[in-house]
Design a protein around this ligand. Structure first.
Ligand code: ATP
Length: 249
């Protein structure tokens, strides 16, 4: 589903503050894999996600998504396949608009230009059912402004909204870092359920040891812009939490 071949990215090339953020990464991620990436601050995790999403371009190498060479494709053209959820629950939604209006905007995002999506009863019912599955009681509050919800509630709804009909890849950049532990758990469970339910290919960046241990089908550690560990499910099952703890320290 995602193939990275010799991908490198250097910031501030030739200047005193030059940073080799990503150094010749080769990575093959199959459809349906849930990859968890860990690594210390500045190891290149977010840069890698930005390169996959197309918000920045690689200096060298190529990126294929679903057998399409997207190396030079801008992010808005990749967005039909790729959904992203960021750390800040305030990003990704319009705080002054109601829950249902936010879902409508999200639905329009991937539709061909000119196609309008009205908030008819059928659309409302579909959204109501999706939200009810979260078990947060928000299905009765579709007209409430998004900005009045808690960070965890917003992040869970952002996840739901991001998974549109055409979405195949979900990129999660520390989606729970700003949340209290209970909300963080709920958001991670929601993400995991959506990934399984829709058969998504997903990449999660996390600094949370428990989440790195409990979630995902592949575990990657990055350091200085390179992949230094890449464990499949079986290999991951063989490492203990203590070993993982050492990766984090
Ligand atoms: N736009 C940019 N301009 C200059 N340097 C950048 C830019 N983006 C990232 N960097 C640098 O590239 C390196 C990798 O950053 P990146 O954000 O990918 O790391 P990270 O592993 O996601 O870190 P963290 O865990 O702290 O979020 C860092 O040294 C960072 O300062």
């Amino acid at each position: 589903m995602i193939q990275l071949s010799q991908i490198s990215k250097t910031f501030n090339k030739g200047r005193s503050n030059q940073v080799n953020a990503v150094n010749g990464i080769n990575l093959n991620i199959s459809a349906g894999e849930f990859v968890v990436i860990v690594g210390s601050n500045g190891s290149g995790k977010s840069t890698l996600l930005n390169l996959i999403a197309g918000s920045i371009y690689a200096d060298t190498g190529s990126i294929n998504i679903d057998d399409n060479d997207v190396t030079k494709l801008p992010d808005y053209k990749r967005s039909k396949w790729i959904a992203r959820v960021f750390q800040n629950p305030l990003s990704g939604t319009a705080p002054d608009l109601s829950i249902i209006d936010n879902f409508r905007l999200a639905a329009i995002r991937t539709k061909p230009k000119g196609l309008s999506i009205g908030i008819d009863e059928k659309f409302k019912q579909k959204v109501r059912e999706q939200i009810a599955a979260l078990n947060m009681g928000l299905e009765t509050k579709l007209d409430q402004p998004m900005g009045t919800l808690s960070g965890g509630q917003r992040q869970a709804l952002t996840l739901l909204m991001s998974v549109t009909d055409t979405c195949k890849i979900l990129l999660l950049d520390e989606p729970t870092a700003a949340l209290d532990p209970r909300s963080a758990d709920m958001v991670m469970r929601t993400a995991d359920n959506l990934i399984k339910q829709f058969g998504l290919t997903a990449i999660l960046i996390t600094h949370n040891l428990k989440d790195a241990y409990n979630y995902g089908t592949r575990l990657i550690q990055m350091s200085e812009g390179a992949v230094i560990h890449n464990l499949n499910t079986d290999e991951k099952l063989q490492i203990t939490q203590n070993v993982l703890f050492e990766w984090f320290s």
